[in-house]
Design a protein around this ligand. Structure first.
Ligand SMILES: *[C@@H]1O[C@H](CO)[C@@H](O)[C@H](O)[C@H]1NC(C)=O
Ligand SMILES: *[C@@H]1O[C@H](CO)[C@@H](O)[C@H](O)[C@H]1NC(C)=O
Ligand SMILES: *[C@@H]1O[C@H](CO)[C@@H](O)[C@H](O)[C@H]1NC(C)=O
Length: 418
């Protein structure tokens, strides 16, 4: 009786811990890994197919790894604050703005951003777009703007936080207008605010591990501070902040080319569409040029290069190819170029509406990627479940009653029809 009970208890305990282990595995979400060759970055925010859903809708499965929010399209708007536009989801015309500015309060998206981050994805803010009113007249202006962006959206603090208490994972520069100068100063200042000067995504992880190991090793000593070995100072960096850009495929890019050579970028999402060197022009397709830039010219020799592609035939003027053609470009790149990091799609709405183009290319990319980099296979087999249900955006009666503007200018991009 007693032993049977003990036995039952042990079985129950074993069963419970086994269950906990299995659940832990199921719920374990792999964090974004920049070093892989099968990442999928998908822009969200411009309602490409007229059916854009809330952000969290696109984070319900493990297809997308990175979401740049498009766009912050005016650098210096009313009251000195920038202006964002996420089409039907949040904009200065339909949503409340911060007093004396044209900057929309999109803080209802905080939970969506955190849901995506909890699923292991990174969410960044894309600056520019096809109709951007952007640019700097001096390095110091670029640096002040970097501080402003840091305080509005990243690790800084301020009275205005357009995404509430969410902290974005970095900045994307899709500069397609204005002047080219001073972007390196902007990037350098963001990275120094983040405590990342001199660090890459890989050495940051290493420095954090070293710092943790150091703390563990010295925590048993009373003379810890005396015999402590110097470790990289990552005290100001609570997490890694990514800097990316979306140059056009003609090399070098007219607007961001200079900064790409002078400052540290983690990845470039090259737009292989709307140009002579697009995916629809195999003889002029120039990934090799970008691979060479990454390894011999770029400030960060470990920079990742993505193949940027339209999510549907309507997502770009030209350059759309189907999933199987794109998958051929991908496996070719995985085989030939160590700089290859994955695929970028413009945009989430067109890809979803086009029979889940995103899922199609991700599946093929993961399959071929595992062939050329077997170490990656582990993550590929894992899935995660999202348990959070997206909440519905509700507008107050006051908002609804506020004057409705006749015109609603949208930030569009050369991404979307040249
Ligand atoms: C921004 O909107 C949220 C609700 O979505 C509200 O709680 C907050 O007070 C607003 N912030 C400002 C400064 O108006
Ligand atoms: C981490 O520690 C190892 C061993 O001490 C060292 O070689 C390496 O440079 C350190 N990395 C960083 C980023 O501090
Ligand atoms: C340091 O200790 C913490 C807590 O005990 C542990 O979670 C972590 O894995 C340790 N880190 C290293 C590098 O040993």
């Amino acid at each position: 009786m007693f032993s049977a009970h003990t036995c039952w208890t042990m079985r129950a305990l074993l069963g419970a811990s086994f269950l906990a282990m299995v659940l832990g595995m199921l719920e374990r979400v792999m964090a974004f890994d920049l070093t892989r060759n099968d990442n999928l970055a998908v822009y969200w925010g411009q309602d490409g197919a007229g059916n854009q859903q809330r952000l969290s809708y696109y984070c319900k499965d493990s297809t997308i790894d990175t979401i740049p929010l498009a766009f912050l399209y005016i650098f210096r708007g009313t009251g000195g604050e920038p202006v964002v536009d996420f089409a039907n989801t949040c904009n200065q015309w339909d949503d409340p703005v911060y007093s004396g500015t044209a900057l929309a309060n999109c803080s209802f998206l905080a939970q969506d951003i955190k849901t995506c981050q909890a699923a292991g994805k990174i969410v960044t803010l894309s600056l520019g777009g096809g109709t951007g009113q952007v640019g700097f007249s001096s390095d110091s202006q670029a640096q002040s703007f970097a501080d402003q962006i840091w305080n509005l959206f990243l690790g800084g603090k301020g009275s205005i936080r357009p995404f509430g208490d969410a902290i974005l994972d970095g900045i994307d520069l899709d500069i397609e207008s204005g002047t080219a100068a001073h972007y390196a100063a902007f990037v350098n200042r963001i990275r120094s605010n983040a405590g990342l000067t001199g660090l890459t995504a890989s050495t940051f992880a290493e420095a954090r591990a070293n710092a943790t190991a150091h703390v563990n090793a010295t925590s048993h000593h009373t003379t810890a501070s005396k015999d402590s070995k110097p470790v990289a100072d990552v005290t100001t960096a609570s997490k890694y902040y990514y800097i990316t850009s979306a140059p056009q495929c003609p090399y070098p890019d007219a607007y961001i080319g200079g900064a790409l050579n002078a400052a540290h970028f983690d990845a470039v999402y090259v737009q292989f569409y709307n140009n002579y060197c697009g995916l629809d022009q195999p003889s002029d397709y120039n990934f090799a040029t970008w691979d060479n830039w990454a390894k011999t010219v770029s400030s960060n020799k470990a920079v990742k290069v993505y193949i940027g592609a339209p999510g549907s035939a309507d997502a770009a003027g030209e350059g759309y190819v189907g999933v199987s053609t794109l998958a051929n470009y991908v496996s070719d790149a995985q085989k030939k170029w160590s700089s290859f990091g994955g695929v970028m799609l413009w945009d989430a709405d067109t890809a979803y509406t086009n029979g889940r183009f995103d899922k199609g290319i991700k599946t093929d990319m993961v399959t071929s990627g595992a062939k050329f980099a077997p170490k990656q296979a582990l993550r590929n087999g894992m899935t995660h479940t999202t348990t959070k249900t997206p909440t519905t955006k509700t507008q107050s009666a006051e908002d609804a009653a506020s004057s409705t503007p006749v015109e609603k200018p949208r930030a569009e991009s050369r991404f979307f029809r040249l």
